[in-house]
Design a protein around this ligand. Structure first.
Ligand SMILES: [Fe+2]
Length: 162
């Protein structure tokens, strides 16, 4: 990697880290705003996965010599976006969010392809956590609300074991 490529890679890793700060604020806000108890609990778990991913990403940013300070701008953006999603009908929300995750998954998969071998596991987890979030939305849309959060739960458990 050239110096320029390294700087570019690090800035995208930092951006992904701040994305977890955004997501954690958004998902906790959704858990608060959503009145349906079971749906609210699911967003609480998704927020927990964001926190787990954030701490793994913070370690990576630190190792790469980046800025680990949590961005207030990203956190506030998460808070501000709660109403945008919670005001939608559930099916519309799930369909929109599933679609919005597609480019994010592609972006993180690209980071995995570019990274050093020793950072692959962290970036694999980063991509995978967005995949299980999308799977959650898709299972909700397919009427499988009974199992939709299970992949998220399993990924959190796998991080705790590691
Ligand atoms: Fe996330």
């Amino acid at each position: 990697m050239s110096a320029h490529q390294r700087t570019d890679f690090l800035s995208r890793v930092e951006r992904a880290y701040q994305g977890e700060i955004y997501g954690e604020a958004l998902y906790n806000g959704l858990a608060e705003a959503i009145t349906d108890r079971s749906r609210s609990d699911k967003w609480r778990l998704l927020a927990e996965l964001e926190a787990v991913t954030k701490s793994q990403m913070r370690a990576l940013v630190e190792k790469l010599g980046g800025d680990t300070r949590e961005s207030e701008v990203f956190r506030q953006k998460g808070v501000d976006n709660v109403a945008k999603y919670s005001s939608l009908a559930w099916q519309d929300f799930m369909a929109l969010y599933s679609r919005e995750l597609e480019p994010v998954i592609a972006r993180y998969a690209q980071l995995e392809r570019e990274c050093a071998p020793e950072d692959a596991a962290t970036l694999r987890f980063l991509t995978e956590h967005e995949v299980v979030t999308k799977v959650f939305c898709d299972l909700e849309l397919q009427g499988r609300a009974d199992v939709s959060i299970e992949p998220t739960r399993a990924l959190i458990a796998s991080a705790r074991k590691a």
